[in-house]
Design a protein around this ligand. Structure first.
Ligand code: AHR
Length: 659
């Protein structure tokens, strides 16, 4: 990444300022390869939390489009002087469409003005409208005979129409039909609404009332918000973990994530409550549900689009242990295990197989090449081990090549962690999933965590982590530079130990500024804008500069993990033929750092240093989206020596080309 290139004078970095302190030289042995870096090393964690999917990545603009929220008309306002009692009703088809039973019946006489009969949808937190953009409307309807026309309008904050279209339902009879139309908006609006006003007389049944912007990712109809996917694509993540997170577990088993219910025609995907709807008293989200418009097929497709390995996490027969802690009896675990086996067939199976055919029917006959899967999210205790053993046996028998991720619970230490970690390692688990939401101090002081791990044992997936500057979620202001700097320091330890840590992902990924439950988060959005936090830029820098092999880097013959507030790791990239050195100066003083490189190869005469530094309280925002972001400078290489001025509180990546 070259965010800003300060072509300026090479000498400026070399002319160390008066306050810079001299440290002992750092010695990099670029010929001593200590580990191979897996292509999966740096990835992303996605969960539908903070309006991550519905109201976020999934670009649908209509909230409660199928009237399946617990309160059927939540998000909708029904108004008009020609609407009498009984004219607009919620009906329930029950068994006839058990995944999507409700629909709206509108029965009107002589409606002919916008004030006569309107249905208005408020969007998730309003509707973001972009000037000049086309909006694609669709609806499922049924009418005995033609009668009512639907006038469609996007409204600004004052209720003024800023884009309008019309849909004249063409079919009549007893079956449901889908009809689409589109129109263009003429103004930018942050928090608009969508309104239908009816003209004519008649009765019509409506369901799946939907509005999508045309500028979805890859312009796919019914697709994803392009700016959000682009932020991920820009990171070139090695994997995407989905769909969570606690959402996998559910508050209770009925509320768990069931991938089979998230594929196929969207009108047949059963909506359920999002577990973050009720989780936090301080952040109630009564309108937070999962429509599954973003379902497993779409997750796999997004992974393929951005070149990331898919990493699905499945329920292991346990609901969230912070909530109900419901368990599936061991002798009834069969369907859960079958879901895991069938997922491999859905992703990889031939189109002649039951589940491979479903994938093909959705438009993807080629396999998605699923290679790994998580069994359980943050589950813990002997009850987890019992269930995991059943899954593992079945999976390894049928699909021995699929790597399994095992939970180590909610914390990176303590009795629960020890029980699981020891058991998994004894059982030669493929991966142990470690989670840490901890203070910046913890991150700084744990930079050497993996130095003592067995290099030949189970691999680590640092599946969820974030430095929390406050104990309580507090919105975007806690995604400050202090947190990101601590992560940058800690990640040197992951990189140095890439023989042990094969995957890592910050969590959570997305948050809507008006709809979040949990913070900090890596990327913040509102209805039309997006920005990456300092944490985002740190993760992105690691990912874009992951290299192919770790090389030895030491100071005074010691691993550099916090002595004199310095943290460092180094890799070579055999494809780009360069040496990449990452250094964090966590002190409030500049450091004049001499680097001595041992290599059989000659080095280029100049190198690029990409750095981030700022006030520890600095944050990014919609108005200052890149306030804390990388800057590039050129530095001179003298033979095999470079001298850098590491600014106070800075993260620095030096790229030195081999000749
Ligand atoms: O990332 C937010 C939550 O943190 C995840 O859902 C859960 O796995 C963890 O406790």
């Amino acid at each position: 990444m070259r965010i800003k290139f300060l072509a300026a004078c090479c000498a400026s970095v070399l002319s160390l300022n008066a306050v810079a302190q001299k440290s002992q030289p750092v010695v990099i042995n670029a010929d001593k390869l200590t580990a191979k870096i897996q292509p999966t090393m740096w990835g992303v964690f996605f969960e539908d939390i903070n309006l991550g999917a519905d109201g976020g990545l999934y670009a649908e603009l209509i909230k409660n489009r199928s009237f399946e929220f617990t309160t059927p008309l939540m998000g909708w306002a029904v108004k008009g002087k020609k609407i009498n009692e009984g004219d607009v009703l919620v009906l329930n088809r029950q068994e006839a469409a058990e995944n999507n039973p409700r629909y709206l019946r509108v029965n009107l006489k002589d409606a002919d003005a916008p004030t006569d009969a309107t249905l208005t949808n408020e969007g998730f937190r309003g509707i973001g409208i972009k000037k000049g953009l086309r909006y694609n409307f669709s609806v499922m309807y049924r009418q005995a005979s033609k009668g009512l026309k639907m006038h469609l309008q996007l409204l600004d904050e004052n209720g003024k129409a800023v884009g309008s279209g019309m849909l004249n339902p063409e079919q009549s009879g007893t079956t449901w039909h889908k009809q689409t139309t589109g129109f263009t908006a003429n103004t930018d609006v942050k928090k608009g609404k969508f309104q239908i006003w009816f003209e004519g007389s008649g009765s019509i049944d409506l369901d799946m009332i939907s509005l999508f912007p045309a500028d979805t990712w890859k312009q796919r109809p019914g697709g994803l918000r392009a700016d959000m996917v682009q932020m991920l694509a820009d990171m070139k993540p090695g994997f995407v973990r989905f769909p969570g997170g606690c959402i996998v577990e559910g508050r209770d088993l009925a509320n768990r994530y069931q991938w089979k219910k998230t594929i196929g025609p969207i009108e047949e995907r059963e909506l359920i409550m999002n577990r973050w709807n009720t989780e936090f008293k301080h952040k109630p989200a009564p309108d937070y549900f999962q429509s599954f418009g973003l379902g497993f097929f779409e997750y796999f497709q997004m992974c393929e689009d951005i070149g990331a390995e898919p990493l699905p996490i499945l329920n292991c027969g346990m609901a969230c242990q912070f909530n109900t802690a419901e368990l599936v009896p061991l002798d009834q675990l069969g369907p859960y295990v079958q879901d895991a086996l069938d997922l491999v067939e859905f992703a990889n199976g031939p189109i002649t197989s039951t589940w491979g055919k479903k994938r093909a029917d959705m438009g993807h006959p080629a396999p998605f090449n699923l290679k790994m899967m998580g069994i359980g999210n943050e589950n813990w205790g002997p009850q987890y081990l019992e269930r995991l053993a059943i899954f593992t046996k079945a999976m390894k028998e049928k699909y021995p090549a699929i790597k399994l991720i095992n939970s180590s619970g909610t914390d990176p230490d303590g009795a629960r962690f020890d029980l699981l970690n020891n058991a998994h390692r004894k059982n030669k688990a493929d991966f142990v999933d470690e989670h840490y939401y901890r203070s910046p101090e913890w991150f700084f002081s744990n930079a050497a965590r993996y130095d003592s791990y067995d290099k030949n044992g189970s691999k680590v997936f640092a599946g969820e982590y974030a430095a929390h500057t406050k104990n309580e979620p507090n919105g975007p202001n806690i995604n400050n530079w202090r947190a990101a700097l601590a992560e940058a320091a800690f990640l040197t330890g992951l990189e140095r130990n890439a023989s042990v840590v094969n995957m890592a992902s910050y969590a959570p990924l997305f948050a809507h500024t008006d709809g979040w439950q949990w913070s900090p988060d890596m990327i913040w959005v509102d209805n039309t804008s997006i920005y990456g936090t300092p944490d985002y830029y740190v993760q992105k820098l690691y990912s874009l500069n992951k290299g192919t092999n770790v090389v030895d880097i030491k100071q005074a013959n010691k691993v550099i993990a916090g002595q004199d507030s310095l943290y460092a790791s180094a890799v070579i990239d055999q494809n780009k033929n360069e040496l990449i050195i990452k250094m964090v100066n966590a002190s409030n003083k500049a450091k004049a750092q001499n680097l001595q490189i041992k290599s059989g190869k000659k080095l280029g005469a100049t190198a690029i240093v990409t750095s981030m530094s700022n006030d520890l309280k600095a944050v990014n925002s919609f108005d200052a989206a890149t306030k804390v972001s990388p800057v590039d400078e050129r530095v001179n290489v003298k033979g095999k020596t470079v001298t850098l001025e590491l600014k106070p509180y800075s993260f620095n990546i030096l790229h030195i080309p081999f000749k």
